[in-house]
Write a protein that binds this ligand. Structure first.
Ligand SMILES: Cc1cc2nc3c(=O)[nH]c(=O)nc-3n(C[C@H](O)[C@H](O)[C@H](O)COP(=O)(O)OP(=O)(O)OC[C@H]3O[C@@H](n4cnc5c(N)ncnc54)[C@H](O)[C@@H]3O)c2cc1C
Length: 392
């Protein structure tokens, strides 16, 4: 047996040396919260398909995690890299927990922060940053997923008001939200609307029977003659670039976040390999097991370095959409591979809910699909490489 102290994957490259003191502090705070408040409960929440989302949102609010990289209106105003690190730690708990924070901060709050009027920002953002007001983001429809430009939800002017009709599908936090940012066709093009969920004609139904992201609320939204005042529209954007720029914010969180799920799988497998005895010794003795651990550690490190590089670019205001696609595609794809390989190291125990691996693996299937499927990100990268758009 070796005398060397086993190291975690990111210790191998001394990843901490690449972070500032503040970034390490934020990372450590979120990690400690996830260890004490999420990990002891997550298997039950997942199995039951229920989670105390309102209480969690308030805790995330008091930790400053909601809209944390936005400036003003009660938001923490950290750099983007810190937000990424927080996503990584949250997703080490569960992708559904990270989704709650991503949708609130990067989708619903970001849309209002970036495209809203001063009055809209002052009305909604402080409560959303506190976690007392929960938001959702309605873009996808049953028939329009990867191609939201064809959406049927529409908003028509009626005197000084707007009237919205349509349905949205697969909306995270939909049935627990206090406010929905809904994207709809108008005469001028696609526009965003702030819809308080108590408005007459708005309803939301939780989607049941999910085998992935079970510790996350996913819903269908129905808008039936929902009447909104003139000032419910987000004034500062028209067209698909509005929702797409919000998605880029959330994808940035995911390219860090997915590595958290992968790290949790890797660490579980590494520890297990040191204690599980077969053929009179720990399975970590076998070269085949060490090969798996070494390859997983390599991908974790490469993914982390890529995420960190993209975080630094974002903090310099230089991050481009195709670079986000590259990071999301690679890091989610490799995280799924790490989850699968980790599962094999646990043998039969790997398929149980006693260990987190199967839960992470199932969650990552949703993460691969939402915020742009892997195919859509491949096409985005392909377009950047060739100048040719192959989406149609
Ligand atoms: C758990 C969960 C939570 C979600 N939360 C939200 C949310 O909060 N808000 C929201 O608006 N949406 C949300 N979504 C929806 C998500 O963004 C969509 O599922 C995603 O965009 C894909 O759309 P789709 O499922 O309709 O698949 P489709 O678009 O039907 O795609 C099916 C397959 O066809 C492929 N495909 C499609 N077009 C092309 C092409 N041009 N070239 C090659 N292949 C192509 C896709 O890559 C995929 O493999 C969520 C989804 C899930 C699963």
């Amino acid at each position: 047996m070796s005398q060397i102290t086993p190291q975690s994957a990111l210790e191998l490259i001394n990843a901490d040396s690449l972070l500032s003191d503040e970034e390490r502090d934020i990372r450590d705070t979120v990690r400690a919260y996830v260890e004490s408040e999420i990990k002891p409960h997550i298997a039950t929440w997942y199995e039951d398909g229920e989670l105390p989302a309102r209480e969690l949102a308030k805790s995330f609010g008091s930790l400053g995690l909601l809209g944390m990289h936005l400036e003003g209106y009660g938001c923490a105003g950290t750099n983007a890299t810190s937000y990424g690190l927080a996503c990584l730690e949250l997703e080490a708990g569960d992708s559904g927990i990270r989704s709650l924070v991503s949708v609130q901060g990067s989708l619903a709050m970001f849309a209002i922060w970036k495209f809203g009027s001063e009055e809209q920002k002052e009305q909604w953002l402080p409560g959303m940053a506190e976690g007392t007001t929960i938001g959702c983001f309605g873009l996808t429809e049953t028939d329009f997923g990867s191609n939201p430009s064809g959406m049927r939800t529409n908003a028509k002017r009626d005197g000084d008001d707007w009237v919205l009709n349509g349905t949205k599908m697969w909306i995270t936090n939909g049935s627990i939200a206090d406010v929905a940012v809904v994207w709809a066709q108008t005469e001028e093009g696609i526009r965003g609307f702030i819809v308080p969920t108590t408005t007459k004609g708005f309803s939301a139904k939780t989607i049941k029977g999910k085998l992935s992201l079970r510790a996350s609320v996913t819903s269908e939204l129905v808008l039936e003659n929902v009447k909104l005042p003139q000032d419910a529209v987000l004034p500062n954007v028209v067209g698909l670039k509005g929702p797409m720029s919000c998605l880029n914010e959330a994808r940035f969180g995911i390219l860090f976040g997915s590595l958290g799920a992968a790290r949790d799988c890797f660490e579980t497998a590494r520890e297990y390999s040191l204690s599980r005895i077969q053929f009179d010794g720990p399975i970590a003795n076998f070269q085949l097991t060490q090969e798996k651990l070494a390859n997983m550690a390599l991908e974790l490190q490469k993914g982390f370095l890529l995420a960190l590089h993209l975080g630094r670019l974002k903090d310099d205001g230089k991050l481009r959409p195709e670079q986000i696609s590259l990071g999301k595609l690679n890091n989610v794809r490799e995280s799924i591979e790490i989850a699968r390989t980790s599962r094999t190291i646990l043998g039969a125990n790997g398929i149980t809910g006693e260990y987190p691996i199967m839960r992470h693996a199932a969650n990552l299937e949703s993460v691969l699909t939402y915020e742009g499927t892997s195919e859509i990100h491949l096409l985005t990268i392909g377009r950047a490489l060739t100048g040719i758009s192959a989406f149609r």
